[in-house]
Write a protein that binds this ligand. Sequence first.
Ligand code: SDX
Length: 374
Amino acid sequence: MSDEVKKGLLGIVVDETTISQVMPDINSLTYRGYAVQDLCEKCNFEEVAYLVLNGELPNKNQLKKFKNQIEKNRNISINLREIVKHMPKKSHPMDVARTIVSVLGLEDKETNDNSPKANMRKVIRIFAKTPTAIAAFFRARKSKKIIPPKKNLSFAENFFYMCFGKVPNKDIVKAFDVSLILYAEHSFNVSTFTARTITSSLSDIHGAITGAIASLKGPLHGGANEEVMHMMNKIKKPDNALKWINNALKKKEVVMGFGHRVYKKGDSRVPTMEKYFKKVSKINGDKKFIKIYDIVKSVMIERKNIHPNVDYPTGPTYHLMGFDTDFFTPIFVISRITGWSAHIIEQHAANKLIRPLSKYSGPDHRKVMLLNQR
Ligand code: SDX
């Protein structure tokens, strides 16, 4: 048995999965065998959520039933609504999201039933209720009235409605829907692996998703889309961009929204998300962010050969849609609940406790001296 340390599990294959495949050499990402680019153009997020969770794209009846299940479960309890309303207004929305899923676990009657059927019922409840509770905090922290979910709206439309009280035009909704499809699943990323690790001790799905949210918050992972916006706001205007990015590279800073553990020639999701960022930018008459975006991207590629990842175009897109910057990663959460849940169910189906080894480099074995001898 080799005792060579592979820090960060770099390049280590720890298990098999049938959910998605990341192929960096051909710049491809597929969910259950379907290319994400194809899914973005031909499906809406609910169809893709069904695919990620069930392994097949739904037919009309299956989609109708799935949408009804989500719609029926969107409302949150009065108790959870009151908890959200009384959370400290300065709380980070990712900490609120983590707490929401924990409370849903306390309320769920099937929390300790890890059977496939019970888990799928719990997934529907978590998937349907988490956006409602996150939107409730979006309003409550501004001391605005909480808006309950509305019937006959899509997942994407309903999130806008619960946050802003209205649904934007169809192009904006489509761009948001595409971002949810692109964020849904990405193999053994750190938050998904966190969920699988928690599941491997046969703990419950609410706990596994709570842990995954804590992991996604980190700026090296999902939190990067928020950091991208902070970076753009620091740059302020396109004329500052070249100087800012060269200065950041000179100081060897990590530039958020760039680089990836697996993709080394560019994140396969970026071209699609970039296309919709540019559409939203045009609709908003934005001249600033799109120019900053292009300048920073060209310098990173030309000078460091480091390509943007999906968080780079998503950050400014969510800003132009009117979302507060610290709500960008919670939007990642409401989409990635699908991928996390599929992996949790897959881990249960063929479980082995995840317990790696470590290479000891501490003091040699020694005897304990009594207190009055130390
Ligand atoms: C996501 O895994 C997934 O699939 C995640 C995700 C998903 O869908 O779940 O795709 C979503 O998390 C995307 C990543 C979002 N994170 C960021 O944008 C944060 C900025 N990125 C970096 O922190 C970094 O690129 C990582 C953490 C994402 C990946 O880093 P690795 O694989 O651990 O590589 P590394 O940090 O060791 O970098 C290798 C070299 C280093 O230079 P040297 O020390 O060898 O000289 O590349 C440099 C790094 O300094 N580098 C960067 C950089 N990314 C890598 N330099 C400046 N800015 C960057 N963004």
